[in-house]
Design a protein around this ligand. Sequence first.
Ligand code: PLP
Length: 406
Amino acid sequence: MAEFTQSQKLHNVLYDIRGPLLEHAQRMEAAGQRILKLNIGNPAPFGFEAPEAILVDMIRHLPTAQGYSDSRGIFSARTAVVQYYQGRGIQNIDVDDVYLGNGVSELITMSLQALLDTGDEILVPTPDYPLWTASVSLAGGTAVHYLCDEENHWWPDIADMEERITPRTKGIVLINPNNPTGAVYPEHVLRQIVDLARKHGLIIFADEIYEKILYDGAVHINAASLTGDDVLCLTFSGLSKAYRIAGFRSGWMTISGPKRAAADYIEGINLLANMRLCANVPAQHAIQTALGGYQSINDLILPGGRLKAQRDLAYKMLNDIPGVSVENAEGALYLFPKLDPEAFPIESDEMFALDLLKQQKILVSHGTAFNWIRPDHFRMVTLPALEDIEDAISRLAEFLSTYKPG
Ligand code: PLP
């Protein structure tokens, strides 16, 4: 019998958020156990609904959304993206600089596939949203991780970033607001990164999918509003999070800066966009309504809003557990707590998460799944209702009160 094995290309590709831990949880569920899943940033299963206008608009457009669209996407949606970014200080973009995708995920892999040759390097944060590291590897490149510093609000460590630049470095990935840490970068930090990109001729990949999920007056600045005409910037965002329609798969990517100098790269992106024909057309119709309509996300993140209340409770309860500390999230949907290595000398954070799952039926993601450098963190989503957050963190506290790693 012939044996079929996976390609060599996949040997360095990891995406552990949906890895063995989730499979274990699914087996427990199949056996009739109830698992509190704090592992995936998917708003809908936690009772968050899409704005009504988006659903109505998509349904209205279904009859005319049966064919393929232009490979970059429908004109009205791309125009809405241009207008949105123009209002946020991004200059010199037009409708042909916008690409719609089946979520940001597809556009991340496309943008890296079109750019990287074997051995090319991309600076990616640690911790990161692991699709970035995985996509760099899949494209044949090398992800070189720069430190985001927990002692300094989880902001990128600019000196560390600069030290890691080599003649093979092609770009810097910024995830802002950050998954998993919840950090939102201030203007002076962004400007330092833009200056580095300018000095070393690097592309900025700005993953800003959480740009509208901000707490306590945090302000988000789009990197592309600071890059000007001389730094190429690819900006990524979409409807999965702020508009709660992750399942519809709708995102966009915008190219700004010195596009003439990047003409060959852009031709490569166009080729890949053509090859995948187009993004899901009904979901493209949601974009104009989403960006132009009532921004109901604000009702969830402002004082009195569900997302803010859940984040506040999780933050307080986690910090009350002996040996656990966490920076508060200024944005996004996650907390990334630290387990004091003296109290909990953990060698495998995946084992820690598995033990927690087996004993307390709570599923979190281990920190090294986000390419974090030590086995001393985990990520939880702040999407569950208050009573579930309370239940989950109480169970975590009980688990840790007797936990002996190894
Ligand atoms: N980027 C970040 C930082 C994310 O957290 C996620 C999803 O969790 C994505 C991209 C992918 O989003 P999409 O649903 O648009 O593919």
